[in-house]
Design a protein around this ligand. Structure first.
Ligand code: ANZ
Length: 559
């Protein structure tokens, strides 16, 4: 039987209370029906699945929003329906429910949550309004807009009827709140869990700030659509990798669906392998005193490593580029800096690279092999360099074919009738893997046994060691924006030493600034608050400068 069709016109927000009325009355968004657009809705009035077509008048009846919603909102407000009790019953077991809070972003509820909220509540028509209000301009640094948008969010959330106890609302932007965010940072610093490092970051020259991976879409900033490049910068980091194993182990205890747990596992991405060193040599094989560490999950394939690849942002690169290769390497690095990590690791994309002009010695074979630079190797994973084994890795295979680099098979499949047209990625028996000079012979072993044998040999000879790596990265915890918690640290003028502020100096509040747009020099906007930046160590009295980056927007909502 044909499903009945109910028509309901989309609703559009007609008016919003002004910011001034917000304080005194229940904020409420009034929705009105506008032009009629049919929406298919399944109806099961009889409860038997045979949905009779309702009479024409009934078909048009829609939810009397203006009538019902304000009444209930008033009721909830007057009866304090969502008020949580002041007295806590401590006899009950403790329970931590982590809700994902909707929070303002560009004046709106964050997009993912928007759709969750809207779809869950069936108020899809609100989307129209949200799109209407979505600002075209970048408001990252606009305080007035921030306040206005927070009010809109409040209005929207209240109108959606969430059962929040609004009397217990807290704001991460209040100094009394972020004092504790700063206090937590000091504890992390004391424990060595907050540290500074030179890391490749997503740098947006137009916004003059570092962006998180999620804030970069197709190589441009999510806000404003400005080009984003990768460049190394000294930044504050939080050492979440120290908890990688615990995060993995404790997944078992979580009452989550298996698919979500699997996503979490992949996100942590534990991999086991080895870190080993290749010595940089001249074309004649003479050592140059530079060692290149690489990370591999397949130490068993060491005899098949016919070239090395360095990420374009690798710190050792400048010392490896030959005079003749200088121009083409620089050109390649500029191109790579414009690509996101996602683009670089896309398996479908054609591999590209450039020869560095330098060579290294494979410690197992004793062969001199070329060092290439290619953007399919990331500077932020492992050591930022790989030993490439084109016979047994698809990316290396594609690259070796393109640049005519030798391909040496070192694993023979158990099933010899296997098609060996391309790279062989499976398990098998080691072949072509022996050298009396290096004292390593793994021929005839399975891949697994060969891997342990190679790790033993690396540890014996000092060429390397067993290593566990994680996809999970430490958290890049600094932004070059005005909005954000100031870091409670100073840098001594004479030595540059980082000194944490004493806890009784907290909160360290943001200075008032009329102009919080980017400086244009690459320095964060706080550089404009010269009298705030220039300070002295409260303990020793020595002149110092404050940190000018601020914490990222998630800092306050993470604890
Ligand atoms: C040699 C080799 C031979 C590899 C082989 C694989 C297969 P996961 O599982 O992701 O940890 N690799 C290492 N560092 C990299 C980086 N910074 N960027 C891109 N690729 C990198 O994978 C580890 C493997 O990915 C490593 O093992 C290395 O390639 C590559 F038959 O080394 B392998």
């Amino acid at each position: 039987m044909q499903a009945p069709i109910q028509t309901r016109a989309p609703l559009r927000i007609q008016s919003l209370p002004s910011a001034s009325t917000l304080r005194f009355s229940l904020p409420f968004v009034v929705l009105r029906r506008t032009n009629r657009r049919p929406v298919r809705v399944r109806c099961c009035a009889t409860g038997c699945g045979n949905n009779p077509r309702p009479p024409a008048q009934q078909q048009r009846r829609s939810y009397p929003f203006d009538e019902i919603e304000p009444r209930w909102h008033r009721y909830w407000e007057e009866n304090r329906t969502f008020r949580t009790p002041d007295e806590v019953d401590t006899s009950k077991p403790k329970c931590y429910i982590l809700d994902m809070f909707p929070y303002p972003r560009q004046g709106l509820i964050r997009r993912s949550q928007q759709s969750e909220i809207l779809n869950a509540s069936g108020l899809r028509y609100l989307k129209e309004y949200l799109l209407l209000f979505c600002p075209k301009k970048d408001y990252a640094n606009n305080a007035k807009f921030f306040l206005k948008s927070s009010m809109y969010i409040l209005i929207l959330l209240k109108s959606l009827g969430f059962s929040y106890d609004w009397d217990r609302e807290i704001s991460t932007t209040e100094p009394e709140y972020y004092k504790w965010t700063q206090w937590i940072f000091l504890q992390l610093l004391k424990k060595g869990l907050a540290y500074q490092a030179e890391v490749p970051v997503n740098w947006c020259p137009a916004l003059a700030t570092v962006l998180a991976n999620e804030e970069v879409v197709n190589g441009v900033s999510e806000r404003g659509g400005y080009p984003v490049i990768r460049k190394p910068m000294r930044q504050w980091m939080l050492k979440i990798t120290a908890y990688a194993d615990r995060l993995l182990e404790d997944l078992d205890e979580l009452d989550w669906s298996e698919s979500i747990k699997e996503m979490q596992q992949n996100w942590i991405g534990r991999s086991e392998g080895a870190e080993l060193k290749f010595n940089v040599v001249s074309t004649q094989g003479c050592e140059q005193g530079v060692e290149l560490p690489v990370y591999t999950t397949r130490p068993d394939t060491i005899f098949g490593a016919t070239y090395l690849v360095l990420a374009p942002e690798h710190h050792l690169l400048p010392s490896l580029i030959s005079e003749a290769q200088h121009e083409s390497v620089e050109e390649y690095r500029d191109l790579a800096a414009k690509k996101s990590e996602l683009e670089r690791t896309d398996l479908q994309k054609e591999k590209s690279g450039v020869f560095s002009g330098s060579y290294a010695k494979n410690p197992a074979t004793g062969e001199v092999i070329p060092i290439w630079i290619a953007d399919y190797v990331l500077g932020s994973y492992g050591t930022g360099a790989i030993m490439a084994v084109p016979a047994h890795d698809s990316r290396d295979h594609e690259f070796a074919l393109k640049y005519i680099i030798p391909i040496i098979r070192v694993v023979s499949p158990f099933d010899e009738s296997c098609d060996l047209g391309g790279p062989y990625l499976g398990d098998g028996v080691m072949v072509n893997s022996s050298n009396s000079v290096s004292g390593l012979n793994i021929n005839g072993l399975s891949c697994k046994d060969a891997a342990s044998e190679v790790i033993n040999w690396l540890e014996r000879t000092g060429y390397g060691k067993k290593k566990v790596n994680y996809k999970l990265r430490d958290w890049l915890f600094a932004r070059q924006r005005y909005w954000g918690e100031p870091f409670p640290v100073i840098y001594l003028d004479d030595t540059g030493e980082v000194v944490p502020l004493p806890e009784n100096e907290l909160p360290l509040t943001l200075p008032e600034l009329d102009d919080f747009t980017p400086t244009g020099t690459g320095e964060p906007p706080l550089a404009k608050a010269t009298s705030w930046v220039k300070t002295m160590d409260p303990i020793s009295g020595r002149p110092a400068k404050r940190e000018m980056s601020t914490m990222p927007q998630w800092a306050g909502s993470c604890w």
